[in-house]
Design a protein around this ligand. Structure first.
Ligand SMILES: NC(=O)c1ccc[n+]([C@@H]2O[C@H](COP(=O)([O-])OP(=O)(O)OC[C@H]3O[C@@H](n4cnc5c(N)ncnc54)[C@H](O)[C@@H]3O)[C@@H](O)[C@H]2O)c1
Length: 249
């Protein structure tokens, strides 16, 4: 078991890659604190894990709200005495608002995607201090390349996460806390996706992927597992692409 006795917290874990990572962590022996703002789905994920013999609980955590972080981390430390792994996975899609220059949506993207990860690193690292740990952030290929139909601020919010990953990796290295990122390419649409659910948009994107297909959530969860586990003990400050070769061209 690659995460035996580890206490882990995953944000946005009620669906998609966060949900897949929660199941994967539990199979590898971790206690998983499943968090999200979608309470019914998050509760269901924790129940699914427990039904298969894993250890999980659901807790509401709005990543934009600092008080929500303080309460969640305090709760984890009180219940389990430590936090070993934090996955900053929660996010909203850049294809939600058809107005790709909406100022209001720019602010929302920055709130959830960038500020959410900033607060996660801040409070997660404080909880890990003195013991060490692993923080895994979800960026995107959009941090590095342009894609049609994606809001101007989405890639910027993900580039902010990419930058915070490298800065935090240096900042916390002597504390034994590793900070890395996973950048998925084209995966199943996010809960908040609109434009990227369009079959024509998707077909065009997939045509441009060297491997000729979209990724599966488990393929990203497996990279998250690698970065969370001791197998990556000398890896910090990197972004691993899981994009079927999209950005290698
Ligand atoms: N799906 C893709 O194609 C793709 C590609 C590249 C990167 N990503 C990134 O991967 C991560 C996971 O994406 P996914 O495809 O699993 O999406 P998803 O929509 O299935 O999951 C994201 C979760 O975050 C939650 N969330 C949204 N706002 C929140 C908030 N304020 N507080 C707490 N939780 C909140 C949602 O409720 C949702 O359950 C995201 O950061 C996303 O930007 C996705």
């Amino acid at each position: 078991m690659r995460l035996a006795d580890k206490v882990t917290l995953i944000t946005g874990a009620s669906s998609g890659m966060g949900r897949a990572a929660a199941h994967t962590f539990a199979r590898e022996g971790a206690t998983v604190v499943v968090t999200d703002v979608e309470d019914a789905d998050g509760t269901a994920v924790a129940e699914e894990i427990r039904a298969t013999g894993g250890q999980a609980e659901y807790r509401r955590l709005d990543v934009t709200d600092e008080a929500s972080w303080t309460a969640a981390i305090a709760d984890v430390l009180e219940r389990y005495g430590k936090l070993d792994v934090l996955v900053n996975n929660a996010g909203i899609s850049g294809t939600f608002d058809p107005d790709l220059t909406s100022t209001e949506f720019y602010d929302r993207l920055m709130q959830v995607n960038a500020r959410g990860v900033f607060l996660g690193i801040k409070h997660g690292a404080a909880a890990m201090s003195g013991r060490g740990g692993s923080i895994v952030n979800l960026t995107s290929i959009s941090a590095s390349i342009g894609q049609p139909g994606v809001h101007l601020g989405y890639g910027a919010s993900k580039a902010a996460i990419k930058s915070m990953t490298t800065t935090a990796s240096v900042h916390y290295a002597r504390d034994g806390i590793r900070v890395n990122a996973v950048a998925p390419g084209v995966l199943p649409p996010m809960r908040t996706s609109r434009g990227s659910t369009d079959p024509v948009w998707r077909a065009k994107q997939i045509e441009g992927i060297p491997m000729g297909r979209a990724g599966e959530v488990q393929e990203v969860a497996d990279v998250i597992l690698f970065l969370a586990s001791a197998e990556s003990s000398y890896v910090t400050g990197v972004e691993i692409l899981a994009d079927g070769g999209f950005t290698a061209q």
